[in-house]
Each structure stands twice: as structure tokens, then as C-alpha cells.
Design a protein around this ligand. Sequence first.
Ligand SMILES: [Zn+2]
Length: 64
Amino acid sequence: MTDPLPLHCAEVLDLLTELLEDALSATDRLLVEAHLAGCEDCRIRREQLRVTIELIGRAGRRVL
Ligand SMILES: [Zn+2]
């Protein structure tokens, strides 16, 4: 049996930034996405983080 599971929410949160920046290995990415598929809390956090990163990116560009 290959159960791709077992990341805890705390681990997923650590990896979310990297996921959004496309900095994860394919393996980690699959693990995180598998968790997100089954965990609404983490999906919400991903959305919040995505928005935050976008805002930071815009602010950074404006400064540059
Ligand atoms: Zn979770």
C-alpha cells in the first residue's frame, strides 16, 4: 500500500510558502497537495498565504 498521507497540518503550513513559490520537490509537492485535498483548514490557509504573497510581491515591485 502506498499511502501518500501523513503530513500534519503544522508540517504542511511550513511547506505552503515553498509550494506557492514553486520551490518544493515533486515528492513534497504531492504530499502537500494530498493533504490539502483532505484538509479544508490548510486549503484556507493556502489561500490566505497566496493573497499575502501577492500583496508582498506587488509592494516589493513598487519599491524597486
Ligand atoms: Zn491540514
